[in-house]
Design a protein around this ligand. Structure first.
Ligand code: AQP
Length: 332
């Protein structure tokens, strides 16, 4: 059976893009794959300027949100990346195998580095650490959103290179597991929903907060008046219906939109109802966890222990195969 690993940055709140693209899939996969590993990748969240107090709070909130979303610590291991130092050790080893050009070609690097004056090397090295995150557990299936496909190609290249030099077949070549909602746009309808772009709907937001964001959300730009027929295929609100509404409602949305039966506001109100229906139980579970923080602490401690056990064994084998194990005098 394949081993599942995936990670999420505590660089902001868990949003519906993360949820639909990845975390909802994690919740399902934990039932078919024992011991799946889900990591709050805090080392990835320090590549830019940050406030340590804010990071501390976000790590906690991210772990809580994952449990609230339905990750069950008796089925899956949830842990903090910085609780397992072997991530950074394997990352250095992979750095030595990675061509600079491959890193400079990564779309996410080009995108993020174009927005800063001085580019931190951590931004460039991000996919190397990500390869280490995955391969440390010798995971072969990685449930992620579409934006991570290119990084996983690099992880596969790295696994092949290391295997060719040090141990054929040792590291599996990890494959992405995508959901039908592999790329959710922000409510601006322009760019990927992203913590750093401030265009998100948080998983734990109240109904009023969600509506305040959904009400002005961009729809089909050509639909100016209610009497204009809309084009669901170019409308981000329809894409969100596909994620949150049942097939009957989706068909009705198409019918009402293309015949100018509903205005965009009517369509958004139906969507709001369906988002609220899906997110309310998650919010309730988060409130219960707020009242019992020890459950989060215990789950993270257990997850960290389980992750370290696998990571330490991998590093023992990696060091041995690379000539980095216990030193001894030369044999005569
Ligand atoms: N908009 C999205 N649609 C579908 N999937 C998404 N993911 C992120 N945004 C979308 C998936 O969520 C998982 C965790 O992502 P991450 O936090 O580790 O990194 P990210 O992709 O960089 O997410 P953000 O929100 O855009 O964070 P920032 O702004 O900090 O970079 C991944 O599986 C990702 O594919």
């Amino acid at each position: 059976m394949s081993r599942i690993f995936s990670g999420i940055q505590p660089s902001g709140e868990l949003h519906i893009g993360n949820y639909l693209g990845a975390v909802k899939n994690w919740v399902q996969l934990q039932h078919t794959h024992d011991g799946a590993l889900f990591c709050v990748v805090d080392y990835h969240a320090i590549t830019g300027n940050y406030d340590p107090a804010v990071l501390r709070a976000r790590r906690w909130e991210m772990a809580k949100s994952l449990f609230a979303a339905g990750i069950d610590p008796t089925r899956a291991h949830v842990f903090l990346q910085s609780d397992v130092p072997e991530h950074t050790e394997l990352s250095w080893i992979f750095t030595t195998l990675t061509p600079l050009g491959d890193l400079e070609r990564q779309t996410q690097f080009k995108d993020k580095s174009s927005k800063v004056e001085s580019i931190p090397a951590g931004l460039l090295m991000y996919p190397v650490l990500q390869s280490a995150d995955i391969l440390l557990y010798r995971a072969d299936a990685v449930p992620v959103g579409e934006d991570q496909i290119q990084h996983l190609e690099l992880a596969r290249d790295t696994a092949r290179k290391w295997n060719a030099r040090f141990g054929e077949g040792y590291f599996p070549e990890p494959k992405p597991l995508l959901t039908p909602t592999r790329r959710i746009l922000g409510l601006d309808g322009q760019s990927k929903m992203s913590k750093s772009l401030g265009n998100t709907v948080g998983l734990l937001e109240t109904d009023d907060e969600i509506w305040a964001k959904l009400r002005p959300a961009v729809t089909d730009p050509q639909r100016v008046r209610k009497t204009d027929a809309g084009r669901p295929d170019v409308c981000n609100v329809y894409q969100l219906h596909k994620a949150f509404s049942d097939t009957e409602t989706q068909a009705n949305v198409v019918q009402q939109c293309t015949t100018a039966g509903w205005g965009c506001m009517d369509c958004k109100k139906v969507l709001l109802g369906n988002i609220v229906e899906e997110l309310t139980p998650i919010r309730h579970r988060a409130a219960m966890l707020d009242a019992e923080p020890a459950r989060i602490l215990d789950a993270l401690a257990d997850g960290g222990r389980a992750a370290r056990a696998i990571a330490q064994e991998t590093m023992r084998e990696v060091r041995e195969r690379m000539g980095l194990d216990a030193v001894h005098p030369p044999r005569a």
